[in-house]
Design a binder for this molecule. Structure first.
Ligand SMILES: Cc1cc2nc3c(=O)[nH]c(=O)nc-3n(C[C@H](O)[C@H](O)[C@H](O)COP(=O)(O)OP(=O)(O)OC[C@H]3O[C@@H](n4cnc5c(N)ncnc54)[C@H](O)[C@@H]3O)c2cc1C
Length: 518
């Protein structure tokens, strides 16, 4: 999980596909020793307003305020945001070519609102992104449509689904277009630490050269796995909607990622997934999964299996454990992960960036590592209401939507489907939580237990029997068993009562903002 300062190079490997955003303080100045790294994108930094502490600073390196490791969703958005606020940013990304992955392909409307707040909404343009207006939920041949409650928003606001790599490239280009953002290809291999403060990173350039850049760094990184396929030229039963099939043993997702392609993600529980190479996976998909998917897309699904481009990705969950380390800050999946079922990862990452941007805005320089570290502790509390709601919903919904041999759990699953099918507040409330449009923890808990009580109510009709009462009691206890541990891991106080956490009120010592770029 989270790794504090001083980790070895092997953990950087484990943390592949996670982003590490590292905020370097101005103490970095004068400490970085670079030996002519091949810079992919380098523009002249504006005049440094922090005094260099002396030492052999390479020309063009003096005055870096922030180093960001990893230019994925969070890293690229953060680089652009901080660059736009006048910071001198150095981004180190291990591969600057367009990523080809099965993750981060559906951005919830709440995440799109954060993109607008960060000035990055044009990054979903010109990539054949599809508007997503809600979900359709399928169970046992029935289906129900859940639309996002978008009435109060501008007509442009909706979810967006796309090729993750195209979206990331657009954000990288946008960040690199700022004169004070340097985007460089290199793989960070270790942290450089002095007296408990992270001072820098060691990284390997594309040509294999080992470089050291002095600055603080911290890096991070459930067993279940998503199997990804792309269905071509297929019409989903409900256009512009994500489709969730409550299948056995666990859910299947479909959503468009371009005007001609539909992503299918099949959750395969357990750590041991069928082998793709031996054909076991294709057999599993055809015999176990295919019979459960809507007939309208059956042929395209089988054709996608036959085509053979099946990919897998582990689904990890990791509650955000704050690691206040002078001069360093974790962002994105490196810091916090949740089950991808609800497509909330990018929304949380972008929401975190808005919180961080607002915290850093009033600071003129980032020299004082320990006071900045103490000030930034408020980040862990301020992000909680949004992040913990999306995280908790993802974990709880995954458990509720998965089939179980336990009758009480299956009653909960059916109750959830029927509750959402009621429409009105019963579908609007949960979908507003899922979309990130109303990420309020209390609303989440209220709807979760309303589903459980609704499930018990159904069991009591037309007449309760001792057996049904017993199942009802187990349903309530099962519901508590699902949600309470997730809430506990998120932190009850931070999630529900953030204003009672002293760190919430931390104020910066130095309040003069850097001059924004023209
Ligand atoms: C199967 C699956 C499906 C998902 N679907 C969705 C979805 O539909 N919607 C959604 O919002 N979220 C989804 N998520 C979650 C989402 O993908 C992540 O939350 C999001 O990508 C996190 O962004 P990030 O910037 O932290 O990480 P990433 O986007 O993974 O970026 C990390 C970057 O760091 C670079 N890097 C890693 N190590 C190093 C190193 N040592 N040195 C230099 N660079 C390095 C990598 O090359 C990469 O570019 C899904 C996740 C999974 C597993």
């Amino acid at each position: 999980m989270a790794v504090a300062a001083g980790v070895g190079p092997q953990l950087f490997g484990i943390a592949a596909a996670t982003v590490l955003a590292v905020v370097f303080l101005a103490t970095v100045l004068g400490r970085r020793r670079r030996r002519g790294a091949p810079v992919v994108k380098r523009k002249t930094a504006p005049e440094a307003d922090c005094a260099a502490a002396g030492g052999d600073v390479a020309a063009g390196d003096a005055g870096t305020d922030v180093i960001i490791v990893g230019a994925g969703v969070a890293g690229s958005a953060l680089a652009y945001t901080l660059g736009k606020d006048g910071r001198r940013v150095h981004v180190i990304e291990r591969d600057l070519t367009e990523p080809d992955r099965i993750v981060g392909e559906l951005l919830q409307p709440g995440g799109y609102l954060k993109l607008i707040e960060l000035g990055l909404q044009d990054c979903v343009e010109e990539i054949d992104a599809q508007r997503v207006l809600g979900y359709a939920l399928f169970k046992d041949g029935k289906n129900t449509k859940l639309s996002y409650p978008l009435e109060k928003f501008h007509s442009d606001v909706a979810g967006r689904s796309f090729h993750n790599g195209r979206f990331i490239q657009r954000m990288r280009q946008k960040a690199a277009s700022l004169p004070n953002v340097q985007l460089e290809q290199g793989t960070v291999t270790s942290l450089l630490e002095e007296n408990g403060t992270v001072k820098g990173v060691q990284y390997k350039t594309k040509s294999g050269e080992e470089l050291k850049a002095y600055a603080p760094l911290t890096i991070v990184d459930v067993p279940s796995c998503f199997v990804g396929l792309v269905l071509e030229n297929c019409q989903l039963p409900h256009p512009n909607h994500g489709h969730v099939i409550l299948a056995n043993p666990s859910p299947i997702l479909f959503y468009p990622i371009s005007s001609t392609e539909v992503r299918c993600l099949v959750d395969v529980p357990g750590q041991k997934v069928p082998s793709i190479a031996s054909g076991e996976m294709a057999n599993y998909l055809k015999t176990v999964v295919a019979p459960q998917i809507p007939p309208e897309i059956y042929d395209s699904f089988v054709a996608a299996i036959d085509k053979g481009s099946i990919r897998t990705m582990p689904n990890r969950s990791m509650p955000a454990a704050p690691h206040p380390t002078p001069g360093a800050l974790l962002m994105g999946d490196a810091f916090n992960m949740r089950h991808p079922l609800t497509g909330g990862g990018m929304t949380v990452a972008l929401s975190d960036i808005v919180v961080l941007r607002n915290l850093l805005k009033p600071l003129r320089n980032l020299h004082d590592a320990s006071s900045l570290c103490s000030y930034l502790e408020s980040f862990y509390t301020l992000r909680k209401p949004v992040a913990s709601t999306i995280n908790t919903l993802a974990g709880a919904l995954y458990k509720v939507f998965s089939a179980s041999p336990d009758q009480a759990r299956n009653e909960m699953r059916q109750a959830c489907f029927d509750y959402l099918s009621l429409g009105g507040v019963f579908s609007n409330g949960p979908i507003a939580l899922l979309s990130g449009l109303n990420p309020r923890p209390l609303s989440l808990v209220a709807h979760f237990f309303a589903v459980a009580i609704y499930g018990v109510g159904r069991l009591m009709l037309p007449l309760p029997s001792p057996k049904r009462m017993w199942i009802g009691a187990r349903l309530i206890s099962g519901a508590c068993g699902i949600i309470l541990p997730i809430i506990k891991a998120e932190g009850v106080r931070q999630m529900f009562f953030p204003v009672t956490v002293p760190a919430y009120y931390r104020a910066p010592k130095d309040k003069t903002a850097p001059a924004p770029l023209a």
